[in-house]
Ligand binder design. Structure first.
Ligand code: ADP
Ligand code: MG
Length: 297
């Protein structure tokens, strides 16, 4: 187990931010920590990284008790705090060298990390001159410097534009391949795109803890598809397992299927059969959205 949280409660004065929270995370999984603002996500992450002490309960990271041995635990944790506090007057490389010296990381490792997070073209700029997306890459690089096995990322994509969102998500997925990742967000699509498990927290309590494949099974699949030409309704109706359809704009359809099978290849073959090309194909997970609404409302 990479992370083991047992009965953690956190009170700020008399107000409870976390109430008897328990969960554990297997080595190598990517877990989305989802919840509305004020749910307790950041508090949980600060406790996991040893920056805040819980009022009750215990936390182990790679078997090390974070409360008793924070320095030792932090050696295996990479942490990107919320709002990614950076020194905007420092140059990218200078900042990472500074961080490396704190972590006692060999300077030779810095270039590899810079390359890994895609910062090479921006490396000679001041952090304050970078776009938000590149600033997040600097934060990620700093979190990765000491080659931690556990990554704790607090809202790493908040405030990014749509292009930056996509690339930072891909980067998280890539660096998460050989690590355990817990990252918080309030964007459901993000959890779908990146995670294999979702934990939903509401008012300091876990209300959902599920594998994405469990969430996906036995449900309605919504596929948004754009063809290269307009299509008659009578053709669309021929798709198997279709329970409803909507022709939103011109050549774009929202198709809802009731099937456990991934219907994307079916839609693809269907288009080919009738001589159309697919210009866009997206699947949306209605269930996660429904789950979030039901469990947090
Ligand atoms: P999230 O990250 O999910 O938005 P937080 O963990 O930041 O939630 O906050 C959970 C609750 O704890 C909120 O009600 C918040 O106001 C409160 N809180 C967080 N940090 C502090 C603090 N330092 N002092 C007092 N209350 C706090
Ligand atoms: Mg937060």
């Amino acid at each position: 187990m990479s992370i083991e949280v047992s009965s953690v409660t956190k009170l700020y004065d008399s107000q409870s931010a976390l109430n008897n929270v328990s969960f554990s995370v297997d080595k190598g999984s990517i877990v989305g920590f989802l919840g509305p603002n004020g749910a307790g996500k950041s508090t949980m992450m600060k406790i996991l990284t040893g920056y805040v002490k819980p009022s009750e309960g215990s936390v182990l990271v790679n078997g090390i008790n974070v409360l008793e041995n924070p320095i030792e635990a932090q050696k295996s944790i990479g942490y990107l705090p919320e709002n990614n506090p950076l020194y905007t007057e420092m140059y990218v490389k200078e900042y990472l060298q500074f961080q490396a010296s704190i972590y006692k990381v060999a300077k030779e490792n810095i270039s590899a990390i810079i390359d890994k997070v895609g910062l090479t073209p921006e490396v000679h700029k001041k952090i304050g001159q970078l776009s938000k997306g590149y600033q997040q890459r600097v934060g990620l690089a700093a979190a990765l410097l000491h080659n931690p096995t556990v990554l704790i990322l607090d809202e790493p994509t908040t405030g990014l534009d749509p292009n930056q969102l996509v690339s930072i998500r891909a980067l998280i997925k890539e660096v998460g391949k050989d690590k355990t990742v817990l990252f918080s967000t309030h964007i459901m699509q993000e959890v779908e795109a990146v995670c294999d498990r979702v934990i939903i927290i509401k008012k300091g309590e876990i209300v959902v803890d599920k594998l994405l494949k469990e969430v996906r099974s036995n449900q309605h699949q919504v596929i948004e598809v754009t063809f290269d030409f307009k299509l008659e309704e009578q053709f669309i109706k021929k798709l198997p397992n279709l329970i409803s359809y909507k022709n939103n704009y011109d050549t774009t359809w929202f198709l809802t299927f009731n099937s456990k099978e991934d219907m994307r290849p079916v839609v693809f073959d269907f288009a080919q059969e009738i001589g159309l090309k697919i210009l866009g194909l997206n699947t949306q997970n209605q269930n996660l959205e429904a789950l979030f609404r039901e469990s947090t409302n």
